[in-house]
Design a protein around this ligand. Sequence first.
Ligand code: XIL
Length: 341
Amino acid sequence: MNAIEAYGDKLYIGAAIPNFVFASWDKYSDLIMSNFNCYTCENEMKPEAILDEEKSRNTLPSSYKHAAVKFDACAPVVKTALTVGVKLRLHTLVWHSQTPDWFFTEDYTSGGAPVCREVMLCRMENYIKDVLAFFLEGYPDLIYAVDVVNEAFDRESGDENGVRRDKNMWYQTVGSDYYYQALLFAHKYAGHSTKLFYNDYSCMYKPDIILSNLKSAKKEGLLDGIGMQSHLSLTDNQELYFAAMDKFASEGYEIEVTELDVGVKDADHEKLERQGEYYQDLMDRIMSRRESGTNISAVTVWGLSDHLSWRRGEHALLFDENLNPKPAYYGFLRQYKKSEL
Ligand code: XIL
């Protein structure tokens, strides 16, 4: 049994993959092809990978409202996905992080004065249009979902509505409705078969600010779903997690689990077994919701193996550093025998 056999006919079952994996494809291909039917770039489709600083600056003033883009970093994933015959999630268009400061300034240099709202809205529109058009025109149907906006709501670093204000150049240039504007543009330029998502972390602690801020966009049909990143830990309460998921679903959102990993601090044999149970409980609850009609369309894990995980030292993924399956993997497949513990 592998994840494609367990879930392939019911869900998009995905993994975040960094580029060097495609360069060593023979080492990873069996594991990836037997377990995942869609891929997300771990970093290569983020603005810092796509925006072309040199070209944008060198072509001023004509690039002033229209920054240049390049897609070299996306080439390996596109080629592999077309060869294998799987789909991609596009992560992500508008995010406060991994988006270079120069994109927001008068002269496209870091440290320059930020441009005004009107100019930044043009830059946003052109960026969203260019990225979506590159995939839609070059590879129709390859991208099945887009994280249009990532992490826009945060109580601590947000304004009175919880819209992320601190260290957020989008907020500082466009203003508090930047996420809504991004959804408007994505809706205008996306293909009909591409699902548009709002994606966020710690959704279990902030379902209400997410729902209230997205209300108008949802009502206007600008987005399809909510991506729950799901960077969880053994200590995170699944009741709370699923209460948030149920809330989103009851408001008519499609749900994707977009960046699943379950961190374990000070891992030992017993804790890694508990991690297996945790993954199993999570997948049991996801699948039972699906069976009773909740619109959960995808589960993506954020990486392949513990030594490739962004959560270094937390043993958060399904495979160990030798690519051997952990209890987490059997739990993920819902094949972990708790009675044997
Ligand atoms: C992480 C990547 O895994 C790292 O390689 C990178 O250095 C930083 O970003 N939320 C997100 C992801 O939406 O894009 C982040 O990915 C993890 C948190």
